[in-house]
Write a protein that binds this ligand. Structure first.
Ligand SMILES: Cc1cc2nc3c(=O)[nH]c(=O)nc-3n(C[C@H](O)[C@H](O)[C@H](O)COP(=O)(O)O)c2cc1C
Length: 371
């Protein structure tokens, strides 16, 4: 196929931003910031390499949003003070210099916090001990702690944290923010019946369980105005419950995507194990459901490894933009490789062994002569 005409390399409008192609880097936690949540040169080189490699958009790893309960991992970066905000400027500049765009993913870990330098306690909609075990490649060990149930005041602090972090993101030169509403973290804990036993306006039916999303989206929009890009990420599976499905299946997808899109977000990002697979026994994929029920651009993620995987989703109009995770780690220049018909490298989990940080990855690349 003639790459000039490939839909992968056509432009896309998100809000008032024009992306030069349909290829984005998926958010990936790399536990490589300094202890104080500021970021440095190692991370600058890492993020810049994707922009140099032709990705039009990079969505950062999950960044914590407040100094209360949001931090999830040791060496996770934050956007909670001037020093953290200023440290990101080098990265946003480095990406822009290479013609890329970059969104900050804003993340509150809730009950899945494995480390928080500001407090020993974790907090969640309800005091339910999470399923599964902490992730060892992020310095975890053993069971998750049982979180405390968030008070109304705690929830207010979560919302204010998101707003302040979004303001800092804009000041640091990010082109937008992505609210992490997926993968089992705090917002997904509100969305999920078995982690949300509340009987106030943040618990109960689906509309109530989505109230925290609404509060965060409308508060950021109110604070930053109509032009700043706000997206939201959704998943069914969770890092600690990978096979979970939304209980009312397509009916939940319909309500969720219609409602979230009505709140004025600029895009929806869905993630599944395999983006192209049916969300339920048969029928549309999750990204396709988001396309059907929302009126905003949709990013699909999960198992998009080669050009064929990517084209299939775009050509069937199951997504507008594709986000690539592990295959982008193995190939920071994935778009250039595909466009110039070269061979993609295989991703190896050795890159995360023992820790999923940039030091481990860089020594993996050196040992395998792939750098
Ligand atoms: C090391 C690693 C870290 C991740 N961290 C995040 C994260 O911070 N936020 C997020 O939304 N997803 C995170 N994910 C999930 C990815 O964004 C993506 O959904 C997943 O890797 C599947 O896409 P892929 O098949 O292209 O790798 C992470 C995945 C990996 C492998």
């Amino acid at each position: 196929m003639n790459n000039e005409a490939s839909p992968l390399f056509s432009s896309l409008q998100i809000g008032n931003l024009t992306l030069k192609n349909r290829l984005a880097v998926a958010p990936m936690t790399r536990v490589s910031s300094h202890e104080d949540g500021t970021v440095g040169p190692l991370m600058k080189d890492y993020y810049q390499s994707f922009a140099s490699g032709g990705f039009s958009l990079i969505i950062t790893e999950g960044i914590y949003t407040d100094k209360q309960y949001s931090q999830g991992y040791k060496y996770q970066p934050g956007l909670t003070d001037e020093a953290q905000m200023n440290s990101w400027k080098e990265i946003t500049n480095a990406v822009h210099e290479k013609g890329g765009r970059i969104f900050a993913q804003l993340m509150h870990a809730g009950a899945l916090s494995q480390y928080n330098k500001y407090t020993e306690q974790s907090a969640s909609p309800s005091a339910e001990k999470p399923l599964g075990k902490e992730m060892t490649f992020y310095y975890g060990k053993g069971d998750y702690a049982t979180p405390k149930e968030m008070t109304q005041e705690d929830i207010e602090i979560v919302i204010l944290g998101y707003v302040q972090a979004a303001k800092y993101a804009r000041q640091a030169g990010f082109d937008g923010v992505e609210i992490h509403g997926a993968n089992g973290y705090l917002l997904d804990q509100f969305l999920t019946v078995y982690t949300n036993k509340r009987n106030d306006r943040f618990g109960g039916n689906l509309a109530n369980r989505l109230n925290i999303y609404k509060e965060i989206i409308s508060s950021i929009r109110h604070a930053l105005g109509p032009d700043f890009i706000i997206g939201v990420r959704f998943s069914q599976g969770k890092v600690n419950d990978p096979e979970y499905k939304w209980p009312e299946k397509s009916a939940d997808a319909k309500y969720t995507f219609e409602y979230i899109s009505s709140l004025g977000v600029d895009y929806i990002h869905t993630t599944e194990h395999v983006a192209n697979a049916s969300a339920y026994d048969h029928g549309p994929s999750l990204s396709e459901l988001a396309k059907i029920y929302s009126s905003v651009p949709v990013i699909a993620n999960g198992g998009i490894n080669n050009e064929g995987d990517a084209l299939e989703l775009l050509e069937a109009q199951k997504a507008d933009l594709l986000s690539i995770g592990k295959a982008a780690l193995a190939n920071p220049d994935w778009p250039t490789i595909v466009q110039t018909k070269q061979q993609l490298k295989e991703f190896s989990f050795e890159m995360f062994n023992p820790i999923a940080d940039l030091k481990t990855a860089n020594s993996y690349f050196r040992e395998n002569n792939t750098m």
